[in-house]
Design a protein around this ligand. Sequence first.
Ligand code: FNR
Length: 361
Amino acid sequence: MAEEPVNVNEFRELARQALPKMYFDFYAGGAEDQYTLKQNEEAFARIIIQPRILRDVSSIDLSTTVLGFNISMPIMIAPTSMHKLANPAGEIATARAASACNTIMVLSTSSTCSLEEVASCCTAIRFFQLYVYKRRDISAKLVHRAEHNGYKAIVLTADSPRLGRREADVKNKLIVPQLKNLEGLLSTTFASDGGSGLEALAKGTIDASLCWEDIRWLKSITNLPILIKGVLTHEDAIKALEVGVSGIIVSNHGARQLDYSPATISVLEEVVDAVKGKIPVFLDGGVRRGTDVFKAMALGAQAVLVGRPVIYGLAAKGEYGVRRVLEMLKDELELTMALSGCSSLKEITRSHVRTKHDHQL
Ligand code: FNR
């Protein structure tokens, strides 16, 4: 039995040991020089917490609401693809861990368990992440199935008109299995041209013409609230408000799309300022510690999402590993709040952090 990790970063090493190189590289890697990948974590490290003392922190409340749904902590599961490459139970194990921790799981379009299978095995609130295909009818079918199966929001990923160049996947000639949600709709086992199978799949199927006007189309086919994932600028935050989405996820896709895009935590405040509290703003990218969650909350996030840490937990120890990852982040956040003098999430304010504007974040 592998040693018990004491923090989320230690799960990464266990996952590396547990997985074939092709899969570990796929999960861990980013685009091109992986500059943004490094920055997503390092930008958090440049933010300093300014604690308050002598506050009553004998009981700490971490619960919050997301789109009106109560969850136990401001930490959710980001959509990530192909969990069966990490563990044979795949997304079902992840969903059960989300249920145990009473948080929200965002299921990826590109999952290896179908959205119906995941719905039938878990009590957690689930959102569905959507890619828009050249065949819009396929995306519309996915949205209808998600709505019919009790998913509570659509998370539209808007940063992927093409797939970012992930060089490890090209070198490893990443093989993509048949993605379950698309079975019978779209073959995903693309004969790769010798490089990344995922790149070949995206090239053949993703609708690169998707634009702001298409949010109207999406709204016309569903009553579910829509979150837009991939906003990194003030300008796009305003656009998102104008088209009437229910929330924004500040994300650079875990640094897997455009390299040299900004670290997400460095642009969070700009996006928060743009929306002026009219819709909630969430963040993902580089969250590895409870202190990171605290910093994001102080800069205006309603909650954060974690991608790789969940996969590392799954690869290392299955459902239990995912649960431990979520619990560790929760425990660390609780401790951070206690040591900073905050007994509820509302008490975490902008003045609890100092960002160094003289350095690039
Ligand atoms: C992703 N991400 C992602 N996003 C999305 O909208 N649909 C998807 O299918 C996937 N798939 C995916 C696979 C893997 C292996 C990773 C690492 C990421 C991006 C994901 O939702 C999220 O934005 C990042 O993972 C957040 O960064 P961290 O927490 O991994 O640093």
